[in-house]
Write a protein that binds this ligand. Structure first.
Ligand code: GTP
Ligand code: MG
Length: 448
């Protein structure tokens, strides 16, 4: 990103709609748009008001009728001067309006550049910028809510609190290094340790939300497996509510894996239909079965579908990965039960009835909530990047706590605390430790 450049892009999704939006941001956004806008002159524009006019190209041809809104810096999404042009939502007309704005002096924005500018101008911290993407790509109600909370700054605030506490500890430890003879507020090692442990607890608490974060962002990886013809694809279709996969009485119908996400009372569940597992015959079938096994290894939940009306010879030989959570579904309960499955544990379902979809949905949901995979009461949910930084921070904090207790020199302790602070700062994109330390030191009345 070059400072002082002006960027423009289509902000609405590709495709046809009633209206499309073109966004321009930068110090000259107003002048650039004024050059191609015929309507109220720019000197009369008031911030956040809409003006009707026409976009005119360099050959004085009318490109489109538009509504234009100007947001004066710093009160805009990016913190810069921003102009939004709402034009007709055709693919070509939108492209032409954008081309006209680019010809008037704007540069094409790179992906995410508007949010990046908002971050650089202090409008958003990094977790909030990421939340915008989470919000846009959310596939369930809870995922939307979690992204919304993060966008509102909940995670940033919590991390800010952790940083503050940690900086206070660091300031005390550093004071011992720099001014060993000064009369510092006598925080004992015990007090510092207990503060540090509090910080460690807060970091661990956030780390514990990583699993929920992954589920909300990507959907719980739920693999539907079983013997050929058990009704796996029928189950996928039933839970999705439409015929996504081919269902056929011929065994070995599904070859490749099929993935779809459902919204289960707000929780995104990624359903993966697989090829029936047995001693495969042809190359293609064997490849399909191999893929089923790969999916099983990566499953967070396995829906093991059993044709309870057929012999258990094949199904009972299927190896499920150790430790995987498995829901056994005794399918085809509308047909007489085969003696192999008499008294077998499992949930009786029939993919021919819609009622089964509700019953399976309910069991699945209870399973998710009871296992703690999703906590509907607290939607803080860190992502993989946050997890990586916080893990690093956690390790440094543990080292610092141990060195502190062992009576190691404060330099060692401070080194680890600084590393931990750096890692936490990385999550929100803040690394101004020196500045805050300065403030705290001044309150110590040291070296006046
Ligand atoms: N009676 C009855 N038939 C069912 C039920 N579920 C599925 N079937 C039938 O069983 C046959 C196999 O269903 P699929 O959903 O294709 O089974 P699958 O496990 O995906 O099979 P493969 O992809 O070949 O491994 C089809 O003829 C379905 O209509 C059920 O609950 N009751
Ligand atoms: Mg199938």
């Amino acid at each position: 990103m070059t400072q002082n450049s002006n960027i423009a892009a289509i902000a609405s999704p590709p495709g046809v709609g009633a209206v499309a939006l073109i966004r321009v941001s930068g110090p000259d956004a107003k002048a650039i748009c004024a050059e191609c806008f015929q309507g109220i002159p720019a000197v009369k524009w008031e911030a956040r008001k809409q003006y009707y006019g026409k976009i005119i190209d360099r050959e004085d041809q009318i490109v489109d009728d538009v509504l234009l809104t100007w947001f004066a810096a710093p009160n805009s999404f990016t913190g810069e001067d921003v102009v939004e042009i709402a034009c007709h939502g055709g693919v070509l007309v939108t492209r032409d309006v954008l081309s006209t704005v680019l010809a008037a002096g704007a540069d094409s924005a790179a992906p995410g550049e508007f949010s990046q500018r908002a971050f650089f101008h202090g409008k958003l911290d990094l977790t909030q910028a990421e939340a915008i993407m989470d919000l846009i790509s959310a596939q369930s109600d809870l995922a939307v809510k979690a992204a919304r909370e993060q966008l509102d700054g909940r995670l940033g605030t919590e991390l800010g609190l952790i940083r503050e506490k940690l900086i206070t500890v660091l300031a005390h430890v550093e004071a011992h290094i720099d001014f060993p003879d000064e009369d510092i507020d006598p925080d004992t090692v015990d007090q510092l340790s207990s503060r540090l442990n509090e910080v460690i607890g807060m970091v661990s608490g956030l780390l514990a939300t990583a699993n929920q974060g992954r589920i909300l962002r990507e959907g719980l990886r739920t693999v539907i497996c079983g013997a050929p013809n058990a009704g796996k694809s029928s189950l996928l279709n039933l839970l999705l509510g439409f015929d996504r996969a081919i269902v056929n009485p011929t065994a070995g119908t599904t070859r490749d894996t099929i993935e779809e996400v459902i919204n289960l009372k707000g929780i995104p569940v990624r359903l993966i239909d697989t090829a029936g597992i047995h001693e495969g015959e042809g190359d293609v079938e064997r490849e399909g079965i191999e893929r089923s096994r790969v999916q099983l290894e990566r499953a967070e939940l396995v829906l093991f579908v059993i044709d309870s009306s057929a012999s258990g010879e094949v199904a009972k030989r299927i190896d499920l990965p150790d430790g995987a959570r498995v829901l056994r579904l005794l399918n085809k309960s509308d047909l007489p039960t085969h003696p192999d499955w008499e008294g077998e544990e499992g949930i009786e379902i029939s993919c021919l009835t819609k009622d089964s979809a509700d019953a399976i949905g309910e069991v699945l949901y209870q399973n998710l909530v009871e296992s703690g995979a999703v906590n509907t009461a607290s939607l803080t949910a860190i992502n993989t990047r946050h997890q990586h930084c916080l893990r690093k921070a956690g390790e440094y904090l543990h080292n610092a706590a141990e060195n502190l207790k062992a009576g190691e020199s404060p330099e060692f302790v401070a080194m680890d605390l600084r590393e931990a602070l750096g890692a936490i700062g990385e999550v929100i994109g803040k690394t101004d430790v020196e500045e805050i330390l300065g403030e705290i030191f001044s309150s110590f009345c040291i070296g006046k």
